[in-house]
Write a new protein. Structure first.
Lengths: 111, 111
DNA sequence: AAGCGTTATATTTGTAAAGGTATAACGATT
DNA sequence: AATCGTTATACCTTTACAAATATAACGCTT
């Protein structure tokens, strides 16, 4: 088999993208670092881009995905809500299942 | 369920994209019209873009996907080979199966 | 040999997306 | 009240991609 099959999935809410691979990895980085700026840095992404991605996610999700605080001892921070965590887990498991499914599908063909 | 799950699949050969949705619909239009320029026009796509897409497909596929002729009574033309047809069919059936699979997957969650 | 519609390709132009920079606000700590 | 690291947002620049334009070659047909 010379050919490989690839895929990208995403979740939409009212026609707008809610979650894709990039946003999920950003949410995961937020969960690990407790900060949007640190998360962005860890992914080599500008803070601005990270912020606009998170803004889109938060404005379209049914429930808050993150909580933010400004000021304070550490300057502030961003944390993933438990709802956000469940979104991340659902996305990643479906994504992995999709890959397996597609590999099976293409192995059925005679390409 | 407020959320919808979407996907795009594509087939790669040695890390390069061989076939995606856009290329498949172009191949189908070629099969219907017998001409690359007519196919491009029917899809509202510039000839140049259509040609470069087809060029990429043809240079990466294991076997020729189209045959072209220049000059002649109708000016020339482009036709889909039977191998090209089998590629199109394989892609479309896998794509539809993928959509169904994903709908099932997301309905399992409690998002 | 002139004309036609097509394939094939280079060059330029225009536009939308991404990126960089700057700045304000915030609140605990010192 | 000055400092610090963070969130939040505006503005400008750059860059990558799409689109438009131009041109050549080809081979039936007339």
């Amino acid at each position: 088999m010379k050919y490989k099959i690839k895929s990208r999935i995403w979740i939409e809410a009212d026609g707008n993208i809610l979650l894709g691979e990039g946003r999920v990895s950003l949410l995961k980085a937020i969960d690990e670092t407790g900060s949007l700026s640190k998360a962005a840095k860890s992914l080599g992404m500008s803070y601005k881009k990270a912020w606009s991605l998170i803004d889109a996610v938060n404005s379209r999700a049914e429930k808050p995905v993150i909580t933010t605080s400004i000021g304070g001892k550490s300057g502030g921070g961003t944390e993933l809500t438990s709802y956000g965590k469940s979104l991340v887990i659902a996305f990643e498991t479906i994504n992995e299942n999709c890959w397996k499914f597609l590999d099976k599908e293409i192995s059925k063909t005679d390409l």
